[in-house]
Ligand binder design. Structure first.
Ligand code: AMP
Length: 190
């Protein structure tokens, strides 16, 4: 299964991504997690990404695309993967299409986690308390939402036009949302 998850920051995408990836036996590839590991490890990639992340801006497409292409070359991704946080721009989506095309592969579905902004702000405040993420301050989160609206939301159209987009109501318990996501996957593959 080759799957992309879309949704604004704070929609609970990461939690669902982990559960879905485990259930379907594919690697959970979260670009934000890879960047955070690199920042922590002080790598060159981490140094390239950190200023953008701290502001809640997107890391430049060429940096992200190269990183994802390398990750998808690893053997564990040969039979499938779940991408969480990538693509985030139409240019990234086009690059993903060409990476997959070159391997004779294609996406099975794109799940969009749907939640309104008032719920998001409340969730992010809770996550900032629990995890202490530097990019969860209110100001940075507001920027991350604006970036999502401006640069990532156009992907919804991009994937809808390909018949790949499935909506998942992201309001509810983790179990409820997982069940909806699984049902959306069944409908996508029918
Ligand atoms: P996330 O954990 O997915 O919210 O990502 C945290 C931060 O990493 C984002 O705010 C961006 O600065 C950066 N990032 C993660 N994925 C991407 C991507 N696909 N394109 C550009 N920047 C990204």
């Amino acid at each position: 299964m080759r799957l992309v998850l879309l949704g604004p920051p704070g929609a609970g995408k990461g939690t669902q991504a982990g559960l879905l990836a485990q259930h379907h036996g594919v690697p959970h590839i979260a670009t934000g997690d890879i960047f955070r590991e690199n920042v922590k490890g002080g790598t060159q990639l981490g140094r390239q990404a950190q200023a953008y992340m701290d502001r809640g801006d997107l890391v430049p497409d060429d940096v992200v695309n190269r990183m994802v292409a390398d990750r998808l070359d690893r053997p564990d991704a040969a039979q499938g993967f779940l991408l969480d946080g990538y693509p985030r721009t139409v240019a990234q989506a086009e690059e993903l299409d060409s990476i997959l095309q070159a391997r004779g592969a294609a996406l099975d579905a794109v799940l969009r986690f749907v939640i309104d902004e008032a719920d998001l702000v409340a969730r992010i405040a809770a996550r900032a308390d629990e995890e202490g993420r530097a990019d969860d301050s209110e100001e940075v989160h507001r920027n991350r939402l604006a970036v999502y609206r401006e640069q990532t939301a156009p992907l919804e159209e991009y994937y809808a036009a390909k018949g790949l987009l499935r909506d998942v109501d992201a309001v509810g318990t983790v179990e409820e949302v997982t069940a909806r996501a699984e049902a959306a996957l069944v409908s996508a593959r029918a």
